[in-house]
Design a protein around this ligand. Structure first.
Ligand code: BTN
Length: 231
């Protein structure tokens, strides 16, 4: 018999909210247990990484935040691998946790919390039924949907919760192996705030390793890298 599902209960579904991450955070501070789930049809102040906004047309994306009170060592990578499992064999992961299909982002992940206090809110947006015409012009060549109908959002949630259960609980070695098989940056030229070089995979702590143009290696544990377009 498999273990009972622990992610997704209790669940709060909101037709419209500011941000599911903010709602989940408020629930954490009020004592919500591990696995508490907040979902929404629409967010008015969706939060993205690096202080950016995250937007999605109402009713066309899976928008969720789950309360974690047990934190895996490689949360960013294991959550990205779980999302990629659900998206399918074409999914690639741009370190640390953007999920791409054909180079376009189909899902984003934002983990926020206080690890030293033993909790995090894991926020995930998946563009399940987002259509090309739903995307702002500046996003058209960088983002995409999964090509599914809005009726697929709830089934996608169920599959994703199950994938998260499995990936968040597995050994880090298994997460790293799955991540490396989907690594969108390996061998690619990347640039970040302080340098550029060729990405050469992730180390055992999930940090991005970059071979520097002038020799030597950089190891990045946070922040964001950009692919350098081929010249
Ligand atoms: C990113 O910048 O790639 C992360 C995007 C994370 C978006 C999701 S949507 C559900 C949850 N609530 C938020 O406000 N953000 C996350």
């Amino acid at each position: 018999m498999s273990a009972p599902a622990r992610l997704g209960r209790p669940r709060l579904h909101l037709r419209r909210t500011d941000s599911t991450n903010l709602r989940a955070r408020a629930l954490v501070l009020a004592g919500a247990p591990h696995g508490t789930l907040v979902t929404a049809d629409e967010q008015l102040a969706g939060r993205g990484r690096q202080g950016r906004a995250w937007t999605a047309p109402a009713g066309r994306a899976l928008l969720l935040s789950v309360v974690l009170r047990e934190l895996p060592p490689l949360l960013a990578l294991s959550s990205a691998v779980a999302v990629a499992d659900v998206v399918g064999s074409r999914a690639r992961i741009k370190w640390p946790n953007d999920v791409l299909v054909d180079g376009r982002k189909v899902a984003g992940i934002l983990a926020e919390g206080r690890p030293q206090e033993g909790w995090a809110v894991l926020g995930i947006g998946v563009n399940v039924a987002v259509r090309p015409q739903d995307l702002a012009p500046e996003l058209a060549d960088r983002a995409a949907g999964l090509g599914l109908e809005a009726s697929a959002i709830e089934p996608t949630l169920a599959v994703l919760l199950s994938a998260l259960e499995q990936r968040l609980a597995e050994d880090p070695e298994a997460t790293l192996e799955a991540f490396r098989a989907r690594d969108a940056l390996s061998g690619r030229e990347v640039r970040w705030q302080h340098g550029e070089g060729i990405a050469s995979g992730v180390d055992d702590d999930g940090r991005l390793v970059v071979e520097l143009a002038g020799g030597g290696t950089a190891v990045l544990d946070a922040g964001e890298v950009h692919l350098v377009a081929p010249r």
